[in-house]
Design a protein around this ligand. Structure first.
Ligand code: GTP
Length: 266
């Protein structure tokens, strides 16, 4: 389907179950509670995307849309320095890598839509092979909560945003990755198996009969627009878990991972 190419995440078990990695030309959501590693994961993928195709990368630039000021250039370099093969470690290669990751800061939903609507030229000129939106949730939560008719307007906004992101993914045949912060009634350190938690459309997580998280928040319209959904969560100690909650190819599965100098690692 649609070229059927994949972008390896460097988490071997995850890549295996996803038939090679994150699919290009579609939208992938990385959801999870605050501080669980969504930004770290996205920055790791940004480093990998700049690598040549023969080295497992996408051989191009990255547009990293940052709505929370969470991106750190210093951290990006640390991940690159600790992870990349020797031939990419000299100053000019690292400089080149950093210059290929284009940070776009947006402060409002309107700002975001304007940027997305006029981004095509940039994607071509800068040979963009990966787009990250970190995060999809913060702006809409800020702008549409506690206002009259907010939920309906939010649904409309998310529908247009999702359509635009999908259009970009398909037209340029690139993976579009969006992060989404979700909370659960059980606080930040939600266990894998917790009692049924209905999706209230705004931040809670649905749990199926088996006690596994399947549906992330922002309501059904958004949820259905996402082709692949990965949910991060805390385990005991430093360990974290990644769940493949939705995928056209993979069954529901989960793997452990950790966050280190190298970014995310199995
Ligand atoms: P929100 O944006 O708050 O929703 O969180 P997030 O899911 O994006 O979390 P993020 O990716 O920012 O992960 C934060 C966690 O990553 C921290 O609690 C640290 O454990 C870890 N982390 C962040 N920076 C570093 C770093 O430079 N080195 C290492 N080893 N770990 C880091």
């Amino acid at each position: 389907e649609r070229g059927g190419t994949f972008f390896a995440t460097s988490l071997p078990d995850l890549d295996k179950v996803l038939h090679g990695g994150i699919p290009t030309a579609t939208m992938t959501e990385i959801a999870g509670p605050a501080g669980c590693g969504k930004t770290q994961f996205s920055m790791t993928l940004s480093v990998l995307a700049t690598l040549p195709v023969e080295d497992g990368g996408l051989g191009g630039g990255v547009v990293y849309i940052d709505t929370e000021g969470a991106f750190s250039a210093k951290r990006l370099l640390e991940i690159a320095q600790t992870r990349l093969p020797q031939q990419f470690q000299d100053d000019s290669s690292l400089k080149e890598l950093a210059s290929q990751v284009h940070i776009v800061s947006v402060q409002s939903c309107k700002n975001l839509m304007n940027r997305l609507q006029s981004i095509e030229e940039d994607l071509i000129q800068k040979k963009i092979k990966l787009m990250v939106l970190d995060s999809v949730a913060s702006l809409v939560r800020k702008e549409y909560s506690n206002v009259q008719g907010g939920m309906m307007r939010r649904t409309d906004f998310l529908a247009s945003e999702a359509a635009l992101l999908k259009y970009i993914a398909e037209t340029f045949s690139i993976p579009v990755i969006v992060t989404n912060q979700i909370t659960t009634r059980y606080g930040q350190r939600a266990p894998v198996s917790s009692p049924h938690t209905p999706d209230d459309g705004d931040g809670s997580v649905e749990v199926d009969g088996e006690g596994s998280y399947l549906t992330a928040a922002l309501g059904n319209t958004w949820s259905h627009s996402v082709n692949t959904r990965l949910i991060l969560q805390y385990l005991a100690g430093d360990r974290r878990q990644i769940l493949v909650a939705k995928s056209p190819v993979a069954p529901f599965t989960c793997f452990d991972f950790i966050i280190t100098k190298k970014g995310v690692e199995q």
